[in-house]
Each structure stands twice: as structure tokens, then as C-alpha cells.
Ligand binder design. Structure first.
Ligand SMILES: C[S@@+](CC[C@H](N)C(=O)[O-])C[C@H]1O[C@@H](n2cnc3c(N)ncnc32)[C@H](O)[C@@H]1O
Length: 200
């Protein structure tokens, strides 16, 4: 597997408007929206992990979820918090590294739209254990990541459904996995996987 390179996230959010970033999607990701319907979820404590611009956190809070949103980048968190406050939406924003997390709550749902696929292969074990420990029993992780069907050279790690199954198997049951696209500012939209993982 080729090692992939990523920006310094804090520097990136200091340098560029979030609207120009490839993952910027002003409304709730349609795969997330469909998953909420499928799982019959409309309330509860949600963690938006690696929230970046905070658009998904905002959309979830507007739908009635009690949202905590975290990111490695302090600047991203400050920008997203300012937007939520402008719109009068209550969200708990915190700078937090999921690989050395200081979160102490348990969540009903965790959304990861693009954080897992930028982590190094060596850190995936820590990620899986941490995310599982942050979820209540039998609750869900909604995971969106690049698919191995994506052919662009640059960008995050890519996965097959079998790899997702294998990486998460110790703590999660892979309830569903679909080939989809990563909605954002790139044209064409990158090929992605959308996974619903249930904590065992
Ligand atoms: C591809 S962006 C996706 C942003 C957001 N989820 C969205 O859908 O717009 C990945 C995000 O993960 C954050 N990130 C990277 N490594 C992280 C870590 N170890 N812990 C928490 N966030 C991290 C980055 O700062 C970035 O905002």
C-alpha cells in the first residue's frame, strides 16, 4: 500500500476558506440522511468526528440531535463554532485528536465523514478501539471513506468493503456497505464507501 501524504490540518484551515475544500458539502450528506431514515434515528447524542467546516454537525443539530463536534484543528473548530453561533444552533465544539482523545461521553451515534481515511494504517487499531469505546452498546458508526474504485492519484487512503470488515471486526458488525460518491467540491465526485457499523 502506498503511503499517502496529508496537509498539516491546522495550517490548511488557517490558509484556506472552508468552502474551497474538497470535502465541503453545505447540506447533510445524502448517505447520512438515508442512514438516519433506515435506522429510525432522530434524537440522541451524536459525535461528528473530524467535523472540519462543521456543516454535518450543523445539519444534525438542526434535525434535533444533541451534537458534539471535534477536530484536530483548533481553527476549524473556531470557524465551525462561529457559524453555529451565527445560525443560533447549539453544538458542543471541542478540539480533540481521535488518536489521543480526551472525550469522556458515550454517544448514540458517531459520524465520521472523511477522518478515518486520512489516518495512517498503523493508527487504525487505536481508532477502532477509541471509537468503539465512545459508543454505547449496539449503537452505530456511520463511516464515509474513499473506495478503492477511486482512480485519482492524490488524496486519502482507499478501501474495499472486505478491508472495512476486517479492520473493524474486533469491535463492530458491518451492517451495510455501499459504493457511493463523496459529495463536495471535486468534479467528478470521488468514489466512496458508505458503511453502517454496529458496535458489538
Ligand atoms: C476530509 S476532512 C472532512 C471534514 C468533515 N467531516 C466534512 O465532512 O466536511 C477530514 C477532517 O479530519 C480532521 N482530522 C484529521 N486527523 C484527525 C484526528 N487525528 N483527529 C480528529 N480530527 C482529525 C481534519 O482536520 C479534517 O477536518
Amino acid at each position: 500500500m502506498t503511503a499517502r501524504e496529508f496537509p498539516n490540518w491546522e495550517a490548511l484551515y488557517q490558509d484556506k476558506p472552508v468552502e474551497t475544500m474538497p470535502w465541503f458539502n453545505p447540506t447533510l450528506d445524502t448517505d447520512v440522511e438515508n442512514a438516519l431514515l433506515t435506522l429510525g434515528l432522530s434524537t440522541g447524542l451524536v459525535l461528528d468526528l473530524g467535523t472540519g467546516p462543521g456543516t454535518q454537525a450543523l445539519a444534525l443539530a438542526e434535525r434535533g440531535f444533541q451534537v458534539t463536534a471535534t477536530d484536530l484543528s483548533e481553527t476549524a473548530i473556531r470557524g465551525a463554532a462561529a457559524k453555529a453561533s451565527e445560525q443560533g444552533v447549539a453544538i458542543s465544539f471541542r478540539q480533540d485528536d481521535i488518536l489521543n482523545s480526551h472525550l469522556d461521553q458515550s454517544f448514540d451515534l458517531i459520524l465520521d465523514r472523511g477522518c478515518f481515511h486520512v489516518l495512517s494504517p498503523e493508527s487504525r487499531g487505536v481508532y477502532v478501539q477509541t471509537v468503539a469505546n465512545l459508543l454505547k452498546p449496539k449503537r452505530y458508526l456511520l463511516l464515509k471513506c474513499f473506495s478503492d474504485q477511486e482512480t485519482r492519484e492524490a488524496g486519502p487512503y482507499r478501501f474495499t468493503p472486505e478491508e472495512i470488515q476486517q479492520i473493524f471486526s474486533e469491535r463492530f458488525h458491518l451492517r451495510s456497505v455501499e459504493q457511493t460518491v463523496y459529495q463536495g467540491t471535486l468534479d467528478p465526485l470521488p468514489k466512496a464507501l458508505f458503511c453502517i457499523l454496529e458496535k458489538q
